[in-house]
Design a protein around this ligand. Structure first.
Ligand code: UDX
Length: 445
């Protein structure tokens, strides 16, 4: 850890700063073996710690103990297998077993939207593990929890010897291992500087700015990051919609935008809208927090409204290319996950697109590299070509790079009509037109 940023100032500290304990292997518990929990567990084992990870799903635990994951996450299966074999990472169903000798316990539980915005599951588990936590250990909230939750959990825990510390994760699905091991920042929120520095020590092999602050600021940092990312994508989708009408090219516009260091090139690709398990939930939670605090955050509500319209824009493009109707016609769809690099279909715009096509009377044939079994209500193709067989229009819904290098002559021969709506601007429009396709991207004239 190179630098420490505290609430009031930024200081550069040396490895031998007395506030940072030397890197030593410690016992860690991780509660929850989803993407965030499993990545946290495997990466902490990779940093030399001894990790016990618990999950209520017995089947998942059995598979993990054999080194098998039930979702796609680049590099994570190798890390899990390596550390299970070394004995530095183990899995079980019992939370009390996991926390039994842990100096640090990480809560990595889902925090679904509840009517009152409370992290129900987290609170339930805190009550359960409270009596089992080791004397003077640290409980870390890594799940995204509403602002103020860390303090609520501290009170609920009823253990003055155990500090509850906020340490939000900033892990992208599909790049979670990279984001853990090469973070852009580590944020730790605690009113107890000693506890914060103890937690910082376990990340000390990582080279990243460390922000130590109070719990509410740490929690808000996570919400602000996700809200900003969603707003950035909604903004670029709105500009792309305008490009469509005025005949400008979003690819050049975003290049011009992204070269400005105040804006940056990331998160400027238009698409069918942002999805996934986190953004929608976190933004809804932040809007609720703002409403509860009497603060008008209409900007965020508008970012959500723009996103909700985006799938409809893609449907309109499909109807336009299909001559007004897709009833009783086949629509081929490439990709069902909410983005490439993951098998996650939660809040996936692709799933929403397929449902809209089906409602319009089309038979939908989908291909996705992560789809093992069939999806209800849709024909699932074994490969991208098979999905196109007899299709009136092809829709690229997820940006899997392998779609770029397919034989488009073969695709065209299989289709009834050579029409493609590229909802990810993944394909080369010039090459597609050369292959005889009517092509529509997002914001491409
Ligand atoms: C997000 C945050 O990035 C991560 O820090 C947080 O911890 C969890 O939520 P994730 O949900 O994995 O990560 O996806 P992300 O890569 O952020 O993409 C979110 C959505 O935006 C996806 O649907 C993606 O397709 C879309 N997106 C992203 C675009 O449409 N265009 C872009 O340029 C970037």
């Amino acid at each position: 850890m190179d630098t420490v940023e505290t609430q009031s100032h930024l200081t550069t500290i040396q490895q031998n700063d007395p506030r940072l304990r030397r890197h030593v292997a410690v016992d860690v518990a991780v509660i929850g073996a989803g993407c965030v929990g499993l990545t946290t567990a495997a990466c902490l084992a990779h940093l030399g710690h001894r990790v016990r990870c618990s999950d209520i799903d017995a089947e998942r635990v059995a598979r993990l103990a054999a080194g098998e994951l039930d979702f796609v996450e680049e590099g994570l299966d190798q890390l899990v297998q390596e550390h299970v074999a070394l004995g530095s990472l183990s899995f079980g169903r019992d939370n009390a077993w996991a926390v039994g000798n842990a100096e640090f316990t990480f809560l990595c539980l889902p925090t679904p939207e509840t009517p009152d915005g409370r992290p129900d599951l987290v609170e339930h588990v805190v009550t359960e593990i409270g009596p089992h936590l080791v004397q003077d250990s640290i409980l870390v909230t890594r799940s995204t929890v509403p602002v103020g939750s860390t303090e609520v959990i501290q009170r609920l825990l009823g253990r003055p010897d155990v500090a509850v510390v906020s340490n939000p994760e900033f892990l992208r699905e599909g790049a979670a291992v990279e984001d853990f091991l090469q973070p852009h920042r580590v944020v730790i929120g605690s009113d107890d500087e000693g506890a914060a520095m103890r937690l910082a020590s376990i990340f000390s092999p990582l080279s990243a700015p460390l922000i130590i602050t109070d719990p509410r600021t740490a929690e808000m940092t996570k919400y602000a990051a996700n809200a900003f990312l969603a707003t950035k994508v909604s903004f670029v989708n709105a500009i792309a919609a305008l490009c469509d009408v005025v005949g400008a090219d979003i690819r050049q516009v975003t290049r011009g935008l992204g070269l400005d260091p105040r804006i940056g090139p990331a998160f400027l690709t238009p698409g069918p809208g942002w999805g996934g398990p986190c953004l929608a939930k976190d933004i809804a939670s932040l809007v609720r927090t703002a409403e509860g605090a009497g603060v008008d955050f209409s900007l965020l509500r508008e970012a959500v409204a723009i996103n909700e319209k985006q799938v409809g824009r893609v449907v309109d493009k499909v109807l336009h290319l299909a001559g007004g109707s897709i009833a009783e016609r086949r629509v081929a769809m490439w990709g069902v996950t909410f983005k490439a690099g993951t098998s996650d279909r939660r809040h996936s715009p692709a799933v929403e697109l397929a449902a809209r096509f089906a409602n319009l009377g089309a038979s939908v044939s989908v291909y996705d590299p992560t789809l093992g079994s069939s999806l209800s209500g849709m024909h699932t193709a074994a490969d991208p070509y098979a999905a196109c067989d007899g299709a009136a229009v092809l829709v690229v819904a997820t940006e899997w790079p392998e779609f770029q290098t397919l034989d488009f002559d073969k695709v065209g021969m299989l289709m009834k009509r050579r029409c493609v709506v590229d909802a990810r601007n993944l394909l080369d429009p010039v090459a597609m037109k050369r292959a005889g396709f009517a092509y529509e991207g997002i914001g491409i004239p």
